[in-house]
Design a protein around this ligand. Structure first.
Ligand code: ZN
Length: 388
């Protein structure tokens, strides 16, 4: 059991200064001046002057590694436990990307099982960029129904030179299968869509919503801030009730100079100003994915995406755009939990999983707790994965 005393709680809505009691990996009680029987062995954490946020959810990470564009030497490394927890990530959703041959779903599920065994919570999408979709059981429906960690299908690529150029019928069938798998298993059955930079933008998704019975709630398109044209479409899409996933960026000042990627904080502010429901916006890192690096137009090599950008983007929403903390934090806590139907995640409330980030007043990470276990304390890694 652990008791966090006198901490300012954002659930994400502001709850004020509270005590939070944790037992068995769950939040047992939230209140003021909680009395604890002296016969109980309770570890007390002093939260005075600190802020308690739900543990962060990174809903699009290439946990098994990704990349491979430009050749085998450009394959990117796997995620590590402390490479996630050090940035406040207590829940991660893994996916495959461009390469669905050198990487496969079985390996992804094994990696996700490993992260769960190491102490955080991890899920996966079945498939990769490609249609027909590579699965474990040769069926999208069966993968979602029968493999506990699988939430849906993705990241299916459209409007991209690296996509399998799916026809409308082939794409709609994948969407239908993911929805059916979700319905039969009580999961979200989300179709996570990689949006490329072609002018076709979100056309295929919009066509499925318009011409079939599959609703917008089935989709979570990502990279919506990839360029200005796509982002304009995404604003309209979100105004009509579709959820959208921004890809965070650790060094947007660099990227803004070489392409018209939309800064996450600027984009979120615009969506909110245009009346988009603040529940529909998520931010993910595309962690472990490859990032080509150029200098003065010359290809310099590959970088690797990192979950560190999630907190950085939230801070920018607050400092550059004056979005209040309780709204700014939703895209990496309660929103992905709600959209992906992660029932015990993303909120600080009694009965939920004890996943927390204890933050300083400057919103730097102090302590990270996953399922009741301290993973990071005073900025220091307390639990490492084997072989880290
Ligand atoms: Zn992608």
């Amino acid at each position: 059991m652990k008791l966090i005393r006198n901490i300012e709680v954002y659930a994400p809505e502001k709850l004020g200064v509270k005590d939070v009691l944790i037992a068995g990996g769950k939040i047992c009680k939230i209140g003021e001046n909680l009395e604890i029987s002296p016969c109980l062995d309770v570890e007390v954490i002093d939260g005075s002057g600190k802020i308690l946020l739900p543990g962060f959810i990174d809903c699009h990470v290439h946990v098994l590694g990704g990349g491979g564009e430009g050749g085998f030497a450009n394959r990117t490394p796997e995620a590590t436990l402390s490479g996630l927890t050090r940035y406040g990530i207590t829940t991660v959703v893994g996916c495959l990307g461009t390469d669905g041959i050198g990487r496969h779903v079985e390996g992804l599920i094994a990696k996700v099982k490993g992260l769960n065994a190491q102490g955080i919570t991890a899920y996966a999408y079945t498939g990769s960029y490609e249609i027909p979709v590579h699965t474990v059981t040769d069926s999208i429906v069966k993968d979602i129904m029968m493999i506990e960690e699988v939430l849906g299908v993705g990241e299916i690529a459209i409007s991209d030179h690296r996509s399998s150029q799916p026809s409308f019928e082939a794409f709609a069938k994948v969407c239908a299968d993911s929805r059916l798998g979700g319905i039969l298993s009580g999961k979200a059955g989300i179709i996570n869509i990689h949006l490329g930079d072609s002018p076709r933008c979100m056309d295929l998704i919009e066509q499925v919503i318009a011409e079939t019975e599959i609703p917008a709630t089935q989709f979570l398109p990502t990279h919506v801030n990839r360029n200005a044209m796509l982002f304009d479409k995404a604003v309209e899409y979100a105004k009509n009730g579709g959820a959208v996933d921004f890809t965070g960026n650790e060094d947007i000042d660099y990227w803004e100079t070489i392409c018209d990627e939309v800064r996450v904080s600027t984009g979120i502010k615009r969506m909110l100003d245009e009346g988009v429901d603040s529940d529909l916006i998520t931010i993910s890192s595309d962690g472990q994915g490859s990032l080509p690096i150029f200098k003065d137009g010359q290809f310099m090599g590959m970088g690797v995406g990192c979950s560190s950008c999630l907190l950085k983007e939230v801070k920018e929403c607050i400092t550059r755009e004056n979005i209040p903390l309780e709204i700014a934090i939703k895209p990496i806590t309660s929103n992905p939990a709600k959209i992906l139907k992660l029932e015990n995640k993303g909120r600080i409330a009694e009965g939920m999983d004890a996943d927390f980030c204890i933050m300083t007043q400057e919103l730097d990470i102090d302590t990270v707790i996953a399922k009741g276990q301290i993973m990071v304390e005073n900025g220091e890694i307390m639990v490492r994965g084997n072989f880290e």
